[in-house]
Design a protein around this ligand. Sequence first.
Ligand code: PRP
Ligand code: ZN
Ligand code: MG
Length: 210
Amino acid sequence: MKNLKIAIQKSGRLNEKSVLLLKNCGLDFENYKSSLITTVSNFNLEILFLRDDDIPGYVEEGIADLGIVGENVIDETQAKVQYLQRLGFGRCTLKLAIPKDSSIDRLEDLNGKSIATSYPNILQNFLTEYKINADIQTISGSVEIAPGLGLSDAICDIVSTGGTLKSNGLKPFCDVRNSEAILIGREGLEENPIICELLQRIQSVLRAKE
Ligand code: PRP
Ligand code: ZN
Ligand code: MG
């Protein structure tokens, strides 16, 4: 039988805990060094190390059978995938944030302002819901630098410890949504003994942590 493929984050907030979860399932493999694909030596599984933003697309296309990625990224890409299991790690909040000394005080104050983000779809839905007309500047990373450079009046990005905001002279303004890591599967993922076995192992690791 062909090996299953699971996509996990190459580096960043979810990498370490994704690797740990799979290791705790008894899988034997090497974490990402330079090869973007690794074979698990004691299970019919290959691990793809990808940018988190690309994971829902790989799973939607069926290039990977499974993936571990933040809910925020799944939502943003609007990929058609199945939610198989909440994983309880990688908890964070997508927030609007503003410079420490900003005069922005209420949500309405964002009207006519520009907001930098890597999550334009989620942000647009949020702004539409609150009838705010702001200019969204989409950038793919280091969003926290934008206000200081004069690119935007506010940002919308993931906050976990709050350290990145703080060290860039920003303060949280408003929560947009919460997120955590999710195990996703491609649509039409057939009942397959290997997937069942892996899911059972993941669920028992999660239960042991409760
Ligand atoms: C998020 C966000 C910040 C950082 C915030 O990045 O973009 O860079 O985490 O964390 P903190 O509040 O603990 O300082 P993410 O891990 O989603 O990685 P990516 O933007 O590179 O995909
Ligand atoms: Zn990312
Ligand atoms: Mg980031």
